[in-house]
Design a protein around this ligand. Structure first.
Ligand code: ZN
Length: 313
């Protein structure tokens, strides 16, 4: 497998997927899954979330999962942190990257974390200050997502100017990376081109990733649109695990295997081996308790004569 990557794919099924299904995975099963995906060449995995266990019992073992995943050579171990408290715990556990989230929609921010957008940005500033005051964590990357950037289930449409304003503020505060998220699967390709072009513009040298949900079947179309304007980092979930426990059949993030197949077929090297992903998928699916899995590559396989870009000489 080639060491060079044109596109950086981050697995988020172990966080975004697992937090939205009923099955609670044992710690060992999470780590087996993480090990197989890392062996397939996935460079970064968001392995958990440092939320109070009361809220998300599925994520209660996140510190242990971070420590276990850190034993895997070459893997960037990321964790979601909803606030400073969670960030302190993730730093202490040894995560390589912390992913904070600001909801761009005022209504969603209030409903989700009981903070205004401005207060959520202040919390990010507090996390950055904590890192500054703790030189032992200076090497840990701190990123922020911009949730509900393409629309919100409470407020409906979200003004792209609000997305850009929040991105600008996160850049000012020193974010190492941004991820623009279509949290509820409202986005379309035309919207993606506009919003990503605008955010890339204010981000300068800071990498900007895309986080899509396939709720309305536009996930990979949105990836193509984001690629067109220069985005080279994507979140995805193995077997599209996720959705919503209250909406049976609703799909989660875009499917990692399908995303990797599309990118490799387009000549973009991900450094990820599709057979390795399918092996990880099989192991992961064994632990599911009736939750649906998604994806087309797993059923159809590769087209005749297909050569993955990462395998081409
Ligand atoms: Zn998500």
């Amino acid at each position: 497998m080639n060491d060079e990557r044109d596109v950086w794919v981050r697995e988020v099924g172990t966080r975004d997927g697992l937090q939205s299904i009923a099955t609670v995975f044992p710690t060992a099963a999470k780590l087996d899954w993480i090990r197989l995906e890392a062996a397939a060449g996935v460079p970064e995995i968001e392995v958990g979330s440092f939320v109070p266990p009361k809220l998300l019992p599925q994520m209660a073992d996140s510190a242990e999962v971070v420590r276990g995943a850190k034993a895997i050579a070459g893997l960037r171990v990321a964790a979601l942190v909803p606030n400073l408290r969670g960030a302190e715990n993730a730093f202490a556990a040894g995560a390589d990257q912390l992913n904070y989230v600001v909801s761009v929609s005022e209504a969603h921010s209030q409903a989700n974390v009981r903070k205004s957008v401005a207060q959520a940005l202040d919390e990010f500033a507090a996390i950055m200050e904590y890192r500054r005051n703790h030189p032992e964590y200076a090497h840990v990357r701190v990123a922020s997502g911009l949730a509900t950037a393409f629309g919100c289930t409470i407020a409906g449409p979200v003004d792209p100017a609000d997305v850009v304003r929040a991105a600008e503020r996160l850049v000012e505060l020193g974010a190492d990376e941004l991820a623009v998220a279509d949290t509820v699967g409202y986005g379309n390709p035309a919207q993606c081109r506009r919003i990503f072009a605008a955010v890339l513009d204010v981000a300068g040298d800071i990498p900007v990733g895309a986080h899509f949900h396939d709720t309305r079947g536009l996930g990979l179309a949105n990836v193509d649109a984001a690629l067109e304007v220069g985005v080279r980092r994507f979140d995805a979930s193995l077997a599209g695990l996720g959705g919503c426990p209250y909406a049976p059949g609703a799909s989660g993030n875009i499917v990692t295997e399908d995303l990797v197949f599309m990118l490799e077929a387009m000549g973009l090297r991900t450094g990820i081996d599709l057979d390795g992903l399918l092996a990880a998928r099989e192991l992961m699916a064994r632990h599911l308790d009736g939750e649906p899995t998604h994806g087309a590559f797993v059923t159809a396989g590769a087209p005749k004569g297909f050569v993955a870009a990462s395998r081409a000489a």
